[in-house]
Write a protein that binds this ligand. Structure first.
Ligand SMILES: O=c1[nH]c(=O)c2ncn([C@@H]3O[C@H](COP(=O)(O)OP(=O)(O)OP(=O)(O)O)[C@@H](O)[C@H]3O)c2[nH]1
Ligand SMILES: [Mg+2]
Length: 199
């Protein structure tokens, strides 16, 4: 099986990548497998800037081709929050549960028909000595009033996808992969990276 390095320490993201890439014949390796000592500070103000930071630092360190993912949730009624700060919305310790609590509390006053949101994922593909390439994917949905489902990670329990009539945390990994921001970004990447099929 071919191997592919994803420059992430987020286990939820790693599972998403496995659901997406294993059917294409790739074994997913993360920073936990190949460089557990490295932490790249996310100092950028955009998903793109942070994805490039992470991908280039790890590609340089390992002298290998890597993919980094910077992603997050953009809620219209909150002017795009939590956005690039999604992982640390409620504090530096990256706590999914308190991040969700903070969103739900801010959404209490928002009318139901204004609960629109999107997940955005930016992937950076970096190789030593080559120009980094960027791919993007989004997924449109609605913020629910309460948590539903126990699959997935992050904000998945409060992100409702009308097409499936489920939150992302109620979807099987393959279902999430078929509509998610990460799935859509990988499918974009598949159009240009030889060997990665777009299906
Ligand atoms: O419910 C969710 N389903 C998803 O599919 C998803 N994708 C992203 N997110 C949120 O956005 C942050 C990314 O921040 P982020 O890109 O900096 O990643 P991270 O710091 O968690 O890991 P790393 O990849 O940087 O190591 C994550 O922690 C989550 O809060 C998601 N939430
Ligand atoms: Mg991060």
């Amino acid at each position: 099986m071919k191997e592919i390095i994803i420059a992430t320490k987020n286990k939820g993201k790693a599972k998403d990548f496995e659901a997406l890439l294993e059917p294409m014949g790739y074994k997913v390796l993360t920073l936990h497998d190949v460089a557990p000592h490295i932490d790249v500070e996310e100092t950028g103000e955009t998903f793109e800037a942070n994805a490039i930071l992470k991908a280039e630092a790890i590609a340089q360190e390992l002298q290998a081709t890597v993919i980094a993912d910077d992603s997050g949730l953009e809620i219209e009624a909150l002017d795009g929050e939590p956005g690039v700060y999604s992982a640390r919305y409620s504090g530096d310790e990256k706590n999914d549960e308190s991040n969700i609590d903070k969103v739900l509390q801010k959404m209490v006053q928002v009318p139901d028909d204004e609960k629109t949101a999107r997940f955005r994922c930016v992937l950076a593909l970096a190789s030593p000595g080559q120009e980094t390439i960027i791919f993007e994917g989004t997924c449109e949905g609605l913020i629910t009033d309460e948590r539903k489902g126990d699959k997935g990670f992050g904000y998945d329990p409060i992100f409702y996808v009308p097409e499936f009539e489920k939150t992302m945390a109620e979807m099987e990994p393959e279902e999430k992969a078929s509509v998610s921001h990460r799935g859509n970004a990988i499918r974009e990447l598949g159009k240009t990276m030889p060997g990665l099929s777009g299906n």
